[in-house]
Design a protein around this ligand. Structure first.
Ligand code: ME8
Length: 654
């Protein structure tokens, strides 16, 4: 009999690059909860998917010379392959380019408009022309420049539709402060103080400067802008406002939305406001986790530290990776990923802890009983304590699962594993085995160990679904022995259980060798990312053939001069810029130049270069650049500064 319904969702991810270990965390966490709930007897809907519209996708597809749909199709395949590889068993996968979602979002947008919550206005803000993007003040870099290319932004305006947020402010504040919607609840204060108390800003819900989006049904110049499109996925995937599915009444409201802190605000404020506007019930819980960082740094492709789950899974097995990321991340806090911590964790908990417990126990049943336990029993010291802990485990894990605290659930299970290893030391079965009169006691000890393993492995099967069946096989547990119901009681395996020795389930990893190899992979990835970034820059910078002809008057507007580089240093906030101090034969000047990938500062000092000396000064990453130095884009992709070392500084070029 079903215990009821349970609906859990991940965010829908942007297919703008390959998925990494960060995406894995949310998806694997939701998968583990979904598996646990299924095991408990709930009727589960686990939804994940991809958020496929927007300017970024449009631009990336253009760079590759394919359509946005072709571009996302390719990446969605990688996401789906990864989920299969990571043993993620979702019930439904939504793509926001699916026809039914497009149709439903148009209906939702129209409904919000007809209810008077959406109006036409003007979007104004900081606009970066090369990136074609608006940025809010808080998104700008420290110099007030574009956070992506670090070039200056300008104030610009664009016609857009907005959704009124003020009507929902009071209810939203109550939702965050008086209910347990938000987890961890400690984050509510920050949301209320930063966004609700100062007065909620209306939400921009359409754009007309790019095309790759769902058309606003009553104004074809506009496409629906990110959040109404993306957030609605949680209900359209159930069949809300469409005929593709018929699960809305059964599964809505969601039991758990899980997201990382970057999109907490949209799920804590925007999404409930949209639902309030549509008069729909609100989701029960929003679980917000932190970032997985790499050695404490933000993951970034150019640093080569985007941890590739395929690479790790290939080396250590998908279940070990699942275990590691789930065990490390506490709800709400960041978690620093490092190869050392991961390998040590796998060795300590999985190889030495659980793996060793299983192999020692099974080996002893084989050694002392030929693989099948005899049925006489004799209880003894330490048994009651072990049995009580094993029987209490399920209740504790249930509670942690219900509170979305997966790291604590795993810690609790591994406490029992350690307890069982200690029980071996306490009961010394290798001594009992030497004495024929202690056979019944020995059988009890080994049986208690097998039972403890059965209970721990049953509960762990939601987290490590492909390796736990190997444990069941070795300890001789049948499918029904490993049901959720049986995880709550001791004494389920037959008294004459037969074990089956197998290969080590979690082989020990050679730490030094692996770290060396993983570091080599990171270095190679960083080099590849830099080469790719360099290649991607080229078309933008090289002039198309047949550029328009200019007259001598136009050329005369450009003042070129020689200048000697007297000092050179990297610009702290930039990966590309060098700051050059120049002797230009007059008062001297400073120029920032995007050549740090091609030259070390010491290679430039002392050389004379050619500068455009009448370029308007511009602030680049905090440096006022008074001009530009000339460099050549070579056919092999290299960039060479043009040196004019035998010409005195300050000479005019004509
Ligand atoms: O924000 N650590 O998509 P997205 C932990 N399409 N989690 C991480 C992570 C990291 N380093 N990097 C990514 C979007 N995540 C929108 C969402 S929902 C209606 C629309 C996970 O591809 C985490 O779950 O940028 C985060 O919330 C999500 O990926 C963002 O994925």
């Amino acid at each position: 009999m079903s215990k009821g319904k349970f609906y859990i969702t991940t965010p829908i991810y942007y297919p703008s690059g390959s998925p990494h270990i960060g995406h894995c965390y949310t998806t694997v966490a939701c998968d583990s909860i979904a598996r646990y709930k299924r095991m408990q007897g709930y009727d589960v809907m686990f939804l994940t998917g991809t958020d496929e519209h927007g300017l970024k996708i449009e631009q990336k597809a253009k760079e590759k010379g394919i359509t946005p749909k072709q571009y996302v199709d390719e990446i969605v395949e990688i996401f789906k392959k990864l989920w299969k590889y990571m043993n993620v068993d979702y019930d439904r996968y939504i793509r926001t380019t699916d026809d039914y979602h497009v149709e439903a979002v148009q209906k939702i947008f129209t409904a919000l408009y007809e209810k008077g919550y959406i109006y036409k206005g003007e979007y104004s803000g900081n606009y970066c022309t090369p990136c074609e993007s608006f940025w809010t003040d808080s998104q700008l870099d420290e110099d007030g420049c574009c956070p992506e290319c670090h070039r200056p932004v300008k104030q610009a305006k664009e016609e857009a539709y907005f959704m009124k947020m003020a009507p929902f402010a009071e209810r939203l504040e109550k939702l965050l402060t008086e209910t347990d919607y938000l987890r961890p609840k400690t984050r509510a204060t920050e949301l209320v103080n930063n966004f609700i108390k100062p007065g909620l800003e209306d939400l921009c819900v359409s754009r007309n400067s790019f095309k790759w989006g769902i058309p606003v049904p009553f104004d074809k110049d506009h496409v629906v802008y990110v959040w109404v499109d993306a957030l609605s996925n949680y209900i359209t995937a159930l069949g809300y406002d469409n005929d593709a599915y018929d699960d809305y009444d059964k599964f809505w409201p969601a039991d758990v939305h899980m997201v990382a802190k970057d999109i907490q605000r949209f799920h804590a404020i925007t999404w409930p406001a949209i639902l309030m506007a549509l008069d729909l019930p609100l989701p029960k819980h929003l679980a917000v986790h932190g970032w997985i960082t790499f050695n404490g740094q933000k993951m970034s492709k150019s640093l080569g530290n985007v941890v590739d789950p395929f690479v790790l899974g290939e080396r250590y097995g998908a279940d070990s990776i699942r275990y590691h990321i789930l065990r490390e991340m506490a709800l709400g806090a960041d978690s620093s990923f490092s190869n050392e911590i991961m390998i040590n964790r796998i060795n300590t908990d999985l190889a030495n802890g659980l793996g060793n417990l299983v192999s020692r126990t099974v080996a002893m049943v084989e050694k002392y009983f030929g693989g099948t336990l005899s049925t006489e029993r004799e209880s003894g010291e330490f048994d009651d304590e072990l049995i009580a802990e094993a029987e209490a485990l399920r209740g504790k894990v249930d509670e942690y699962i219900d509170n979305t605290q997966l790291n604590n659930a795993l810690a609790e299970i591994f406490k029992l594993v350690s307890r069982a290893n200690k029980y071996i030391d306490e009961t010394t079965p290798w001594i009992l085995g030497k004495d024929e009169t202690k056979k019944a006691r020995l059988a009890s000890v080994l049986y208690n160990l097998l039972e403890t393993i059965r209970i721990a492995a049953t509960l762990l099967s939601a987290f490590m679904p492909s390796t736990m069946p190997l444990v069941f096989e070795q300890i001789g547990a049948s499918e029904s022995d490993t049901s959720y119901d049986n995880a709550g009681r001791f004494g389920v395996l037959p008294l004459d259980v037969t074990v089956k020795k197998g290969a080590a389930i979690f082989p020990r990893i050679d730490v030094d060798k692996e770290i060396e190899e993983l570091n080599a992979i990171i270095k190679k990835n960083a080099e590849a990312a830099q080469a790719e970034a360099k290649a991607a820059e080229k078309p933008e910078e090289s002039k198309p053939e047949g550029v328009a002809l200019i007259g001598i008057d136009d050329f005369a507007k450009v003042e070129l001069k020689t200048a000697r580089i007297v000092n050179c240093e990297p610009v702290k906030k930039s990966k590309k810029l060098l700051k050059l101090t120049l002797d230009d034969g007059a008062n001297g000047r400073t120029v920032a130049s995007g050549i740090s990938q091609y030259y070390k500062p010491e290679e430039l000092v002392g050389h004379t270069v050619i500068i455009v000396s009448n370029l308007k000064p511009a602030k680049l990453c905090g440096v006022e650049s008074q001009g530009m130095i000339l460099a050549a884009d070579c056919p092999n992709g290299d960039v060479k500064v043009i040196f004019a070392d035998d010409i005195p500084a300050g000479s005019k070029i004509r």
